[in-house]
Design a protein around this ligand. Structure first.
Ligand SMILES: [Zn+2]
Length: 472
């Protein structure tokens, strides 16, 4: 039996046998050499009868290469599910890459909760991948010709120049209840397109449901209800900060206040809120937008991200002059945010005076309920130096099944840590700005605490929380 986790085959090899045959005999072609055809097969199907039937049908000598059941299932799914959608590749027909294909693709992405669609082209083939729960999963392979045709269709839909192939282009496609931001970038073998699905339906954005623990929710709500000050949410890219911010704005949007945002990109359109798209190429960056906002009598300002010292200082100044500022920052923890501001040169005194709350968040992938499997506890699975809060006999790990596209995970859960600006925390910031972490005595639920709870109850795996624990 071959010890591989994934079977990788090219489009040409795939065309040797069709989907019906592949599924019926549960085989995936490996390679064709002269009169012999080598096929991947699971051990239970590698029988003499199967080989004889296939030899009769295909007129070739069949050689089996045995692989584990899981591996074969995954390959069947990867290579032979696609044809239902992309047309009959086996007869050498061109895949339909027209408007219908594009619309179907977008609808499929939307239906399964994918956030982005990537169209990529290489030397001899092209592929389409969906981002699902933060990870890219390959969905379709296409011949290069069809890819070019499809790129043109996308450009037309997004009102872009189809003759321009050497420069990046950005556009937008509007559907009935959502928008798509299209970004096209020339790469070595052609243009790569990324479509970001942007929602207009904000009905699911409720602050109460984003994932705060009850106590955290109360602290956070109090922080955003202040008429001035700054609320910062930290976390790496893809940690769900934007969702939290949108849910916050939705709650604050009461038609009585002037709410302005500058974002990159505008992911959701919020009625009654003045949203500005960042355009760095024409000088519209976070700092310049903020400067203009302040002349427009805002009550609440949402800045997509604090990236540099200048923006940080300006945001602090805006919050000092009677505005509520909401923003995000790239740090690992709620305390890390405060230290980062100190490092950016914001005087500790101003941080202490203006910060209403510091929040950190992450998204952890949820184990797929249909296939997760129990694994015995092993302290070596945890990072060195991490103290396990309570003994565990076992926890759960990912396996993979058709329900979860063989990733072992389905959906994500947001976890938070929230630090309120209590008097003693404020004095620690003022007195020990260089060493806040060791001086804060406030007892709060950290990201690591919550992650461990989710590991204990089988929601997520040790792999998912490992990097969090290293950085905690
Ligand atoms: Zn599964």
């Amino acid at each position: 039996m071959e010890y591989l986790e994934n079977i990788a085959i090219s489009v040409e090899v795939r065309q040797i046998i069709n989907a019906d045959l592949a599924h019926h005999y549960r085989v995936v072609p490996k390679k064709e050499s002269g009169e012999a055809l080598e096929l991947y097969v699971s051990t239970s199907n590698a029988t003499q009868t199967t080989a004889e039937e296939l030899e009769l049908y295909l007129g070739k000598r069949i050689l089996f290469c045995e692989v584990p059941e899981q591996v074969l299932n995954k390959a069947l799914y990867e290579y032979y599910r696609k044809e239902e959608f992309t047309g009959n590749v086996d007869n050498g027909q061109t895949i339909s890459t027209g408007k219908d294909f594009l619309d179907n693709l977008v609808m499929e992405a939307k239906a399964i909760g994918s956030s982005d669609i990537h169209f990529e082209v290489y030397e001899d083939e092209a592929r389409i991948r969906f981002r699902i729960d933060g990870l890219l999963i390959e969905k379709y392979k296409l011949p290069k010709d069809s890819y070019l045709e499809m790129t043109n269709k996308i450009k037309i839909e997004a009102n872009l120049d189809i003759t321009e192939k050497r420069l990046p282009q950005d556009g937008r496609i509007n559907y009935e209840d959502f928008d798509i931001r299209v970004s096209i970038l020339p790469t070595l073998h052609g243009e790569k397109t990324v479509m970001r699905l942007l929602g207009r339906d904000t009905s699911h954005l409720n602050l109460e449901d984003v994932g705060f623990e009850e106590k955290q929710y109360r602290i956070y709500k109090e922080a955003i209800k202040q008429s001035n000050g700054i609320v910062l949410i930290s976390g790496p890219t893809g940690s769900g900060k934007t969702t939290t911010l949108y849910a916050t704005l939705k709650l604050l949007n009461d038609n009585k206040r002037n709410i302005v945002t500058v974002e990159d990109p505008i992911e959701y359109t919020l009625k009654g809120i003045n949203q500005v798209q960042l355009k760095e190429d024409i000088g519209l960056n976070f700092t310049s937008a903020l400067r203009s906002f302040l002349r427009q009598d805002p009550d609440i300002i949402m800045l997509g991200e604090i990236r540099d010292a200048e923006t940080a200082k300006m945001a602090i100044r805006a919050s000092l002059t009677g505005h509520l500022v909401l923003s995000t920052i790239h740090t690992n923890s709620a305390i890390g945010t405060i230290s980062r501001l100190v490092d950016m040169g914001v005087p500790a005194f101003y941080i202490a005076e203006t910060l209403n709350a510091s929040v950190a968040q992450r998204l952890l992938r949820r184990l797929c309920g249909s296939c997760k499997e129990q694994v015995p506890f092993d302290s070596k699975d945890f990072p060195m130096g991490y103290t396990i809060p309570k003994p565990l006999e076992s926890y759960y790990g990912p396996k993979g099944c058709p329900d979860c596209y063989y990733t072992g995970y389905k959906g994500r859960v947001a976890i938070y840590e929230v630090i309120p600006m209590l008097d003693d925390i404020v004095s620690v910031i003022k007195e020990h700005p260089q060493n806040i972490k060791d001086n804060i005595k406030y007892d709060y639920q950290t990201l690591a605490d919550k992650a461990f709870d989710l590991l204990s109850d089988g929601t997520t795996s040790i792999e998912e929380i490992y990097s969090l624990l290293i950085n905690a």
